[in-house]
Design a protein around this ligand. Structure first.
Ligand code: FE2
Length: 153
């Protein structure tokens, strides 16, 4: 079975891209305090996984993925509740992005149930996470504050 992040790995190798974790900067702020705080924590967890890919300690890889997944699910729930309460018009598309991410996380867990990750898989997953999280925050999550213009319920 080819996993979603393995496809990206081939592309990444083609581009010669390499990268580590995510550094917080103002472009990642959506201007909603509670969401920004959660995004900072989410980025800390992505970075903890990125650190684990350096040491390639398989227990550490698994622990940081577990830790990240728990936080992602909790954070998506909080964001979705804010969107529902505010009758956010693009809720369904936004939720679809969350759902497809969660399905991909399931594939990662399925793989880890069979065997430890290789270094190539862990690095490809790290780069995909960095790319997905920063793109989702800058584009999709920004939409929430742009649409509600700070008038959140
Ligand atoms: Fe989101």
């Amino acid at each position: 079975m080819e996993l979603w992040f393995q496809r990206f790995f081939t592309f990444r190798r083609f581009l010669g891209v390499s990268g580590m974790g995510v550094e917080w900067d103002e472009s990642l702020s959506v201007g909603i305090g509670i969401i920004d705080d959660q995004h900072r924590k989410l980025i800390e967890r992505v970075n903890a996984f990125a650190d684990a890919t350096e040491s390639m300690d398989s227990r550490e890889i698994e622990n940081t993925i577990n830790y990240l997944t728990g936080y992602v699910i909790q954070h998506f729930g909080a964001e979705e509740l804010i969107m529902i309460r505010n009758r956010y018009p693009r809720f369904k598309e936004h939720r679809d992005e969350h759902s497809s991410f969660v399905k991909q996380v399931f594939d990662v867990f399925s793989l880890l149930g069979e065997r430890p990750m290789t270094k190539e898989e862990a690095v490809a997953l790290r780069d995909t996470l960095v790319r997905w999280v920063t793109h989702h925050i800058r584009v999709t999550d920004h939409g929430i504050s742009e649409t509600t213009k700070g008038a959140l319920a």
